[in-house]
Design a binder for this molecule. Structure first.
Ligand code: FES
Ligand SMILES: [Fe+2]
Length: 388
């Protein structure tokens, strides 16, 4: 394992070394944990405050709000959130709660809106959050409108993503949160040039960490996905760069095996690996061989430690850059998406719902993460630092 960013060629060379030797990157020790971490309401409350209320996490791809007045809404652990593209091209985020008596200011998941207007008594707000209209204001009484705009949340756009800290008044600085290595890695991908071809959310009866753990795990592939991913990707072989908070993990595809005996020389073997990125606290970004990406995010439920929301995004080069006809391009990504959904619904979700039920057993017993589960160890290590 390394703690500095290495070249792709170097990472691929190390995966080949591991494959030849039957090894993988490892930490020095196994790490124990308690099942309560996935079920305890007190721990869940600390995570809402000390993780999501303090550090930036990704809430959307920039391409989901391409034009001024475009918006998305979502549920964060602490707040209902409304993110809006401003007339100057920037983004702002607000608590999606009317300052009159708390109606949802916007009920749709996404769209475009010149004026947000609450369905309850029709107060309305400009896209920058200012309170515009108090209906029947001659009878309503004196209100300082500047004091009753939508409550703003810290939000920043960087590397093609919109990042949010789920706490009003908290500072946000995505570059410093990412650190120089990961900031540079993400910049190099030019994710802002990609299109969020599909984006879907899933409300699952499992703790968000159970879900996040599964999408860092190179150890389960051949067992949980024997006829899908297990056919194409090696199990238990990962080259990991540990950047402190975040990590990058390189996983070899089985097609790389032809280079086990033959020296690849200077050949670019990029298409034989998947570069995964764990972005603390709650995202996995997968760079697939043909330079499309999948982003998986996991957010705790606002009250129930046994529930979470996962979002999956398929980020692809736009049709003009693809060299494909529009029909072929769409068919390719539709098929890709269908395969991703099938694996999730048929393989990962049933397993992870089962984990949640099992971990909630009164006498489930202490548990353990292996030396080979490097990125899971990094996730738990860094989360413990934030929460303790
Ligand atoms: S609650 Fe929104 S206008 Fe009354
Ligand atoms: Fe899986």
């Amino acid at each position: 394992m390394t703690t500095i960013a290495t070249s792709r060629q170097e990472r691929i060379r190390r995966t080949l070394d591991h494959l030849r030797a039957g090894t993988t990157d490892e930490f020095d020790e196994v790490v124990t944990f308690q099942p309560e971490e996935f079920t305890d309401p007190g721990i869940a409350a600390r995570e809402r405050e000390q993780v999501f209320g303090r550090v930036p996490s990704i809430v959307a791809h920039s391409g989901e709000l391409p034009r001024p007045k475009d918006f998305v809404t979502l549920r964060m652990p602490r707040n209902q959130v409304l993110v809006v593209r401003q007339d100057d091209g920037g983004v702002k985020a607000f608590v999606n709660a009317c300052r009159h008596r708390g109606g949802l200011v916007e009920e749709r998941e996404k769209g475009s809106c010149r004026l947000f207007s609450c369905g309850y008594h029709r107060w309305s707000y400009d896209i920058d959050g200012k309170l515009r209209t108090i209906t029947h204001d001659s009878t309503f009484g004196e209100v300082d409108r500047d004091a009753y705009g939508l409550v703003e949340l810290p939000c920043e756009e960087r590397h093609g993503f919109i990042w949010l800290v789920d706490k009003a008044g908290a500072p946000i600085d995505v570059a410093s949160w990412l650190g120089p290595e990961v900031d540079e890695i993400l910049a190099g991908y030019h994710l802002e040039r990609l299109l969020a071809y599909r984006c879907e959310g899933f409300d699952e009866p499992a703790n968000w960490k159970i879900m996040q753990d599964a999408f860092l795990d190179g150890y389960h592939i051949q067992y949980a996905h024997p006829n899908t991913a297990g056919k194409h990707v090696h199990t238990n072989v990962q080259v990991v760069e540990d950047f402190g908070r975040h990590a990058r993990m390189c996983s070899p595809r089985k097609k790389i095996d032809r280079w086990l005996d033959e020296d690849p020389g200077d050949r670019d073997l990029g298409r034989y690996v998947i570069d995964g990125h764990f972005l603390l606290p709650n995202s996995t970004l997968l760079r697939q061989p043909d330079d499309h990406f999948e982003l998986l995010t996991f957010r705790p439920h606002p009250t129930d430690p046994g529930r979470c929301r996962m979002e999956m995004r398929l980020l692809v080069p736009p049709v003009e850059k693809s060299g494909l006809t529009p029909e072929r391009w769409a068919a390719t990504w539709d098929k890709n998406w269908e395969i991703l959904l099938a694996v999730l619904h048929q393989e990962d979700f049933p397993l992870l719902r089962g984990s949640q039920r099992a971990l909630a057993s009164a006498d489930a017993g202490g548990m353990v993460l292996g030396r080979n589960e490097v990125v899971n160890q990094i996730f738990h290590r860094e989360l413990n630092k934030l929460v303790s």
